[in-house]
Ligand binder design. Structure first.
Ligand SMILES: *Cc1c(COP(=O)(O)O)cnc(C)c1O
Length: 438
């Protein structure tokens, strides 16, 4: 086992060491460190703040969220139905106030995004428009081991079109002995499916391994065979820099309660490429909130969609969850956007990786299955723990290190640049070292 204080020189020219002084110096030099004060850090078993590494599952509560919701309660309290048209942010147009900041998070134009519903609901709505199988072009390509909700959504979409899911859905799995997919293999599979391929739907980041997929390359390959291409960005939005417009992605959706910190049951974001912004003919499930706003309240028969992603809305806006989300989008803007957060994120995750490597554990016992290349991962590291995994997870929890456990044997740790510190990561490394030295 190598010494815990051995320095390592990383490609980012970041030299790490395991001492508390190192972590303290990094935190002192971190221009994003003040943002930690804007979040509630839950207390651990000893009453002290936890080292919270579950922002990939549920982001922490920003202090600003309470006032944001309170403002809408006030409007409801004092204006009731008039709140739709009056007050600081009339509810009728509330969703429109989120479009610019949402577009910045995912690299889109404001007309390409809308905030509505929840993630799996939106995935279905998008598939209605972008997965329209024919007798010969009916296959869907997705990553094997996708998040279960996405698997169920695709299965039921295939059935909706009278197809056998086993026939229609093609799942890609890594090569034997590997944990993650190679872009060249995805491209080759797309080319092989060719004319039979209707739609490619991948996660932007796989929730289990933490692998970032090459969305630009996958989109290009899908378009080359005439397929539509979409991404579930649940683990990517707010985590890695996205350029959905420039990558020419057709459609995407994401939840806002993971890296976007917008609370349990929080609302979801949708991206629909500008190429479809003025296509009222494109099949969709319609509702009154997607109606052209100029005439929405004339309540005429015959659906006329708003231009852009807004034309996919069904119901009146979910103002209370949107208020929480808007407070978070404001934090992202003040922090300098995802690109600024990402710089710190690479260092934080690199530090965690360094501390784990210092343990010198054999692969048979303990392996990081997330790609080592920072360009192919976000915040999260997934640890495949072949022995005593559950015991390790409980050991960490007892020390206020909040990770998450994925059956059968994976522990995920996601240091989040907005509220995690280098000291949090050092604590996790020290607890791991304590476990393996016992
Ligand atoms: C978190 C997550 C979901 C959850 O979907 P909801 O509809 O918000 O419950 C779905 N898909 C992926 C890939 C996820 O990571």
């Amino acid at each position: 086992m190598r010494g815990l204080t051995e320095p390592a020189l990383l490609p980012t020219r970041m030299t790490y060491d395991a001492s508390p002084a190192f972590a303290a110096a990094q935190d002192a030099a971190d221009s994003l460190a003040p943002f930690r004060q804007e979040f509630h850090i839950p207390p651990g078993p000893d009453g002290q703040p936890t080292a919270y590494f579950c922002g990939n599952s549920l982001g922490l509560l920003p202090k600003a969220a309470r006032a944001a919701v309170e403002a809408e309660f006030k409007s409801w309290e004092t204006q009731a139905v008039e709140g739709h048209f009056h007050g600081e942010s009339p509810w009728m147009y509330y969703q429109d106030t989120l479009a610019d900041a949402t577009a910045r998070v995912v690299g889109a134009k404001p007309i390409e995004v809308v905030v509505m519903n929840t993630l799996t609901v939106n995935l279905h709505l998008l598939l209605i428009s972008f997965y329209q199988p024919t007798a010969t072009r009916y296959k869907v390509l997705m990553e094997g081991g996708a998040f279960p909700s996405d698997q169920y959504a695709l299965e039921s979409q295939a059935r909706l079109h009278g197809l056998d899911p086993a026939e229609a859905i093609v799942e890609m799995t890594p090569r034997p002995g590997e944990h993650t997919l190679r872009t060249e293999d995805i491209e080759a599979k797309i080319a092989e499916l060719g004319d039979s391929l209707a739609t490619v739907i991948f996660g932007g980041i796989n929730y289990y391994t933490g692998q970032v997929f090459d969305m630009a390359a996958i989109t290009k390959a899908g378009h080359a065979v005439g397929a539509t291409v979409g991404f579930d960005l649940a683990h990517a939005a707010g985590n890695v820099v996205l350029s959905l417009h420039d990558w020419d992605v057709d459609f995407a959706c994401w939840c806002t309660y993971k890296y976007l910190n917008s609370g349990p049951g929080g609302t979801s974001g949708v991206f629909i490429n500008e190429r479809f912004a003025h296509r009222p003919d494109l099949l969709r499930l319609a509702g009154w909130w997607g109606y052209d706003p100029k005439e929405r309240f004339q309540m005429k028969p015959g659906f006329r969609p708003s231009p852009g992603a807004a034309g996919w809305q069904l119901s009146c806006g979910q103002v209370l969850p949107m208020a929480v989300h808007r407070a978070n989008l404001d934090i992202f803007d003040r922090a300098g956007g995802v690109a600024a957060l990402r710089q710190k994120s690479e260092k934080l995750t690199g530090y965690l990786e360094y501390l784990i490597q210092q343990l010198g554990l054999p692969k048979s016992k303990f392996e990081i299955i997330t790609p080592a290349d920072p360009g192919q991962r976000g915040c999260q590291l997934s640890l495949l723990v072949n022995e005593r995994g559950r015991e390790l997870f409980d050991f960490l929890a007892a020390r206020g290190i909040i990770a998450d456990w994925r059956e059968p044997n994976v522990i995920r740790l996601a240091p989040v640049p907005l509220y995690n510190s280098f000291e949090d990561v050092r604590r996790a490394g020290a607890a791991l070292a304590e476990f393996y030295s016992a």
